[in-house]
Design a protein around this ligand. Structure first.
Ligand SMILES: [Fe+2]
Ligand SMILES: [Fe+2]
Length: 156
């Protein structure tokens, strides 16, 4: 089994996804479900290939799948979800077979996923993929959203 499958089948990963789903049941703004996590993985992976960053597939998917996994704590305690996701990803990654050096890189990328200007390639790709995954330009909740909005579709 690949380490990506290990994450997808991890009991804690799935329980965090269910908690997020319960909190976002009536959310009109964009959600943090498995579809979003996979969008970020796939966009980051394509950019990694196009830009020749040379990152491994499991590293990119590990960061993409877990970058919002602590979102439920933000709903429950107000903790910033990038910090919470970085704090909560280690156990899932260890059980899935990731090594400590890889876990540290993924934790950094998750912590940085809402900050532009990060220098390391994994942080940069996850930040950009997260932005590109959201179709704000045609969102029905656009007028009520507090996120800064671009006028058109993302530049691809
Ligand atoms: Fe996020
Ligand atoms: Fe996200």
């Amino acid at each position: 089994m690949s380490r990506i499958s290990g994450i997808l089948l991890d009991g804690e990963f799935l329980s965090f996804l269910r908690k997020i789903e319960a909190h976002e049941k009536d959310r009109i703004f964009c959600r943090h479900d498995l579809g979003h996590l996979l969008d970020v993985c796939r966009i980051a992976w394509i950019m990694n290939l196009e830009q020749g960053c040379g990152l491994g597939r499991e590293l990119v998917y590990g960061a993409g799948l877990l970058h919002d996994i602590g979102r439920w704590t933000q709903y429950e305690t107000g903790e910033d979800h990038a910090a919470a996701s970085a704090r909560l990803c280690g156990g899932i990654l260890r059980r899935s077979g990731f090594e400590e050096g890889e876990i540290a890189r993924i934790e950094a990328a998750i912590k940085n996923h809402r900050r532009p200007g990060a220098q390391d390639p994994l942080s940069r790709l996850i930040f950009l993929a997260d932005k590109l995954s959201r179709n704000c330009f045609c969102c029905r909740a656009r007028s009520e959203c507090k996120k800064p909005l671009s006028e058109g579709p993302p530049e691809l």
